[in-house]
Design a protein around this ligand. Structure first.
Ligand code: FAD
Ligand code: NAD
Length: 461
């Protein structure tokens, strides 16, 4: 038996950040992770490998289509999928090893195995090598999430797979059906579309990217359709049948469609399997999540939960913020997260990024707002680079001018949104952004112009 101040179960962005921060604050910390590499879904099979493939496939698509505009000719462009995948694996390995290094540097003790509560303050680490019992005054559950399934669609990890398989296909599918027009469907659908697959996205709702600002989601639908993705909206999938190397997907009220691969991307569910929660009296909410209070405390004394396993957005940076704040509260410090200023980014091309409230949310809440939009086609840098698609939209309180939401679709939107998140964190008004000098020529000038447009005084549009 080993005794610690804090035991963290799960070494994803929530868990590893909590472990490192608590160790920095002087706690004796252990982190249990069942997979060999550290870093969780995000580093191993999520954010990082998907962004590596998005970059490789983007470079291929750009070289094939856009270079001639710049007067650059490349006689023939081809790619080697094996090299692309090995590069992605190298990126992942480098970063997961980096977390190992950070654990060593901060003296976090790592346990390899499945963590399971066996009573208050007691967690077993179960592995092929046997069982080790750990005790701690504080325990953080950071076990993340796993893919959600649909009735009638049996994921076989081959013809019908999840994002994990779609990050490692050995060859480009001829036809790929993506079930779910959310973030994973669009990011990985884009990767395989760029590499030559005929991609069909089946989305249950009447629009893609539900939850995003509807105007931007509608813009995105047009752009992705132009890029060659096919969308069936309002499509209710009834089942999928594998026959040899083909999968046929049945859609209610419509003709079935066939493909050589199906990617299931209808969301993720909290991972609480075999955690022994009953031994500490924790009950899940109706959506399988662990309920917590504003200080990440569960119903069990000394047990906290963070990241994808608790309610809220399933995002790596949200998990990290919670990991940081939870560790600081355990160490007796103050911490607070403003969930309204957590940005979300879809890493397609163009990128789609948002922070704060959407127009639909403001309308539903009956909040009067002013709106300023500015298209990138009126931005000098966008013309210089040839990336003129998209716009910036700023929503500000009609009375106080405080910024309530910023939504961007366009090249580098994921980086541009940081300015909006910072402004909102400091309670800025659209006037504050409008009066901030932005370097010329930059894409960020579109943010200043959208802020000016809130008061109908944009200069360049
Ligand atoms: P996880 O990262 O899921 O980590 C939980 C860890 O706990 C895992 O390593 C798991 O093995 C371990 N574990 C579980 N149970 C036990 C147990 N009983 N004992 C020991 N270990 C256990 N988010 C973004 O913000 N940006 C992106 O670009 C992005 N891209 C994504 C792309 C894909 C394809 C996917 C699937 C997700 C993506 N996400 C992205 C979401 C992001 O990965 C998650 O929000 C984030 O990883 C959640 O962090 P977490 O620490 O809560 O859980
Ligand atoms: P999602 O919630 O983004 O999208 C799921 C989509 O599937 C939705 O559009 C939903 O309406 C649709 N859907 C649900 N049931 C359906 C059905 N029966 N038939 C057809 N469509 C159906 O989920 P995801 O894309 O699976 O991603 C999972 C999580 O991972 C998300 O919470 C996301 O935040 C996170 N993630 C984030 C990023 C990023 O930040 N860039 C990237 C990938 C994943």
């Amino acid at each position: 038996m080993s005794e610690f101040d804090l035991v963290v179960i799960g070494a994803g962005p929530g868990g590893y950040v909590a472990a490192i921060r608590a160790a920095q604050l002087g706690l004796n910390v252990a982190c249990i992770e069942k997979e060999g590499p550290l870093g969780g879904t995000c580093l191993r099979v999520g954010c990082i490998p998907s962004k590596a493939l998005l970059e490789s496939s983007h470079l291929f698509a750009e070289t094939s289509t856009r270079l001639k505009d710049h007067g650059i000719s490349v006689p023939s462009v081809s790619f080697d999928l094996g090299v692309m995948m090995r590069r992605k694996d190298r990126v992942v390995n480098g970063l997961t090893k980096g977390i190992e290094g950070l654990f060593k540097k901060n003296k976090v003790t790592r346990f390899l195995g499945h963590g399971k509560f066996v009573g208050p303050g007691r967690v077993d680490v179960v592995s092929a090598a046997g069982t080790t019992e750990l005790t701690a005054k504080h325990i953080i559950i950071a076990t993340g999430s796993k893919v959600s399934n649909l009735p009638g669609v049996a994921i076989d990890g081959d013809r019908i797979g999840t994002s994990t398989e779609a990050l490692s296909y050995a060859e480009v599918p001829k036809q790929l059906i993506v079930i779910g027009g959310g973030v994973i469907g669009l990011e990985l659908g884009s990767v395989w579309n760029r590499l030559g697959a005929k991609v069909t996205v089946l989305e249950y709702l009447p629009n893609i990217l539900p939850g995003m600002d509807a105007e931007l989601a509608a813009d995105a639908l047009k752009i992705f359709t132009k890029q060659g993705l096919t969308f069936h909206l309002g499509a209710k999938v009834k089942g999928a049948k594998v026959e040899g190397s083909k999968v046929t997907v049945e859609i209610e009220g419509a003709e079935s469609i066939a493909a050589d691969r199906v990617l299931m991307a209808v969301g993720r569910v909290p991972n609480t399997e075999n955690l022994g929660l009953e031994s500490v009296g924790i009950q899940l909410d109706p959506r399988g999540r662990i309920p917590i209070d504003a200080h990440f405390k569960t119903s069990a004394a000394g047990v906290y939960a963070i990241g994808d396993v608790v309610p809220g957005a399933m995002l790596a940076h949200k998990a990290e913020e919670e990991g940081m704040a939870c560790a600081e509260l355990i160490a007796g410090k103050h911490a607070h997260i403003d969930y309204n200023t957590i940005p979300g980014v879809v890493y397609t091309h163009p990128e789609i990024a948002s922070v704060g409230q959407t127009e639909e949310q403001l309308q539903k809440a009956g909040i009067a707002y002013s709106k300023g939009t500015f298209p990138f086609r009126a931005n000098g840098r966008a013309h210089a680079t040839g990336e003129v698609e998209g716009k910036v939209k700023i929503l500000a309180d009609a009375k106080t001018d405080r910024i309530l939401g910023v939504h961007i679709i366009g090249a580098h939107a994921g980086d541009l949104i940081a300015e909006a998140a910072t402004a909102m964190t400091f309670g800025a008004s659209s006037e504050d952004l409008a009066r901030t000098c932005h370097a010329h020529p930059t894409m960020a000038e579109a943010i200043k112009e959208a802020a000016l447009a809130v008061d109908n005084r944009a200069i360049h549009f």
